[in-house]
Unconditional design. Structure first.
Length: 183
């Protein structure tokens, strides 16, 4: 694994001077998941400070976070996580899903809040997210849900596009988990 971290560190240092921005790729469509809510609002996610930055940070072999100001996310990370989660939940379910502020006249049936304690390409060669999600029934007629999650996806090669692909994969995994266990 030290080779993966070293290779990424070399990649970071080789870029010098030109800012490159990386967008999250789309993930493959999967089977629909039945849910009990007809409409769902996704609140803006809460990210650790390092994950809120435009800079793509990776964990080195000592556990330190290393980044390069020339390698950036294409979108605001909070917005990318929030919108990515909303898009994937909409694709996975038949529910009407949107991020806040809720754009429709009638209130949603449920609101989802996600609080990340970790969102990082680790020195293990995996992009890992961990934290807790909450599903609240807006009308109060259903039981609210609070569940922890710890998900990861492999970073196939030590490159920024591979990190972006792994990040998109864990967002998809989280959307599937919420649809299956929370909605």
């Amino acid at each position: 694994m030290k080779r993966l971290t070293l290779a990424f560190a070399l990649l970071l240092s080789a870029c010098g001077g030109t800012q490159l921005r990386y967008e999250l790729p789309e993930v493959a469509e999967t089977a629909q998941i039945p849910v009990s809510y007809g409409s769902v609002e996704i609140r803006d996610v809460s990210l650790p400070t390092y994950a809120q930055q435009d800079i793509i940070y990776v964990e080195d072999e000592d556990g330190a976070l290393v980044g390069d100001t020339d390698l950036l996310w294409a979108d605001d990370p909070q917005r990318a996580f929030t919108e990515g989660l909303a898009f994937r939940l909409a694709a996975l379910t038949r529910a009407r899903v949107a991020s806040e502020p809720w754009p429709f006249y009638e209130n949603p049936d449920a609101r989802i809040e996600v609080r990340f304690s970790r969102a990082l390409p680790e020195n293990t060669g995996r992009y890992r997210i961990a934290g807790q999600y909450f599903v609240a029934s807006v009308d109060g007629e259903r039981r609210d849900t609070a569940r922890r999650f710890d998900l990861s996806a492999p970073i196939v090669t030590p490159t920024s596009p591979a990190i972006a692909a792994a990040k998109a994969e864990v967002i998809d995994q989280l959307a599937q988990l919420i649809a299956r266990d929370g909605l």
